[in-house]
Design a protein around this ligand. Sequence first.
Ligand code: ZN
Length: 316
Amino acid sequence: MFEPLFLDSVLQEKIWGGKKLETVFGYPLTSEKTGEYWAISAHPHGVSTINNGEFKGMKLDELWKNHKELFGNAEGEVFPLLTKILDANDWLSVQVHPDDAYGKAHAGELGKTECWYILDAEPGSEIIYGHHAKTREELRNMIEAGRWDDLLTRVKVKTGDFFYVPSGTMHAIGSGILILETQQSSDTTYRVYDFDRVDDAGQARELHIEESIDVMKIPGTTEIVEEKVQQLGRSNLTTFVETEFFNVYKWEIQAPTDIETAADYSLVSIIEGRGTLEIEGQTWKIEKGNHFILPYQVNHVKVNGEFEAIVSTPGK
Ligand code: ZN
């Protein structure tokens, strides 16, 4: 099949959400606290629907099960990737995710390694990325004493930054940040600290201190991602990470550009601008806010216009 699979997806209300998914991306909100758009997802908590071509109306999880040929006959019971856009109008909880072994044993699903591309950050915005405890005992003591300023590593962020967040990493997205997240298809989060917040009904969200201490990487240092940029005429293709879980790239398109897509399949999110996508002589319009999958049969595309995209492919 030589067509992209465009997707309609699900918005999620969150205590920390806002309105930018509509004001910036044009998705019609039903809540003033919309936190996430699960742009490319086959996870049961919010499955995308194909909105064009011969598979129009089919859910992505169904397509994965019944049309493996579109994904290079990839193994695995579940579509392994999930692309989200998050609007952090307030801090997300300080949290950590399990790896695959712990996730399967305790939550019956994949672990969660994730990564973030900062779409927009208000001046002074910060994330929590790593921690200062040297031993598991010290981690426990600092959590139990609520010594958050001593424990948590804060990092300033700006638009265009990229962060790799392997399972076991202490992290939180700060307020005023709009993020595109590429992650394993998992919804297992262990909350360490939620800033003592309560919802409109006065309820605090559940914490998962024991699980958090179990899965936390010690020491809590983080790695700096080395970006590699390849110039193709006036366009740039940036490689952020290539890992066992996923590979993530950015396309910055300024002119007609031929791109090879050697992966079994590619997830593409247009984050800025507009243009066209040409496959085997057929052309589609693409613009900011569109998300699509290039199936296995598509080995190269011609793109034109002025746009930016975040692209992910499955890891090896
Ligand atoms: Zn997370």
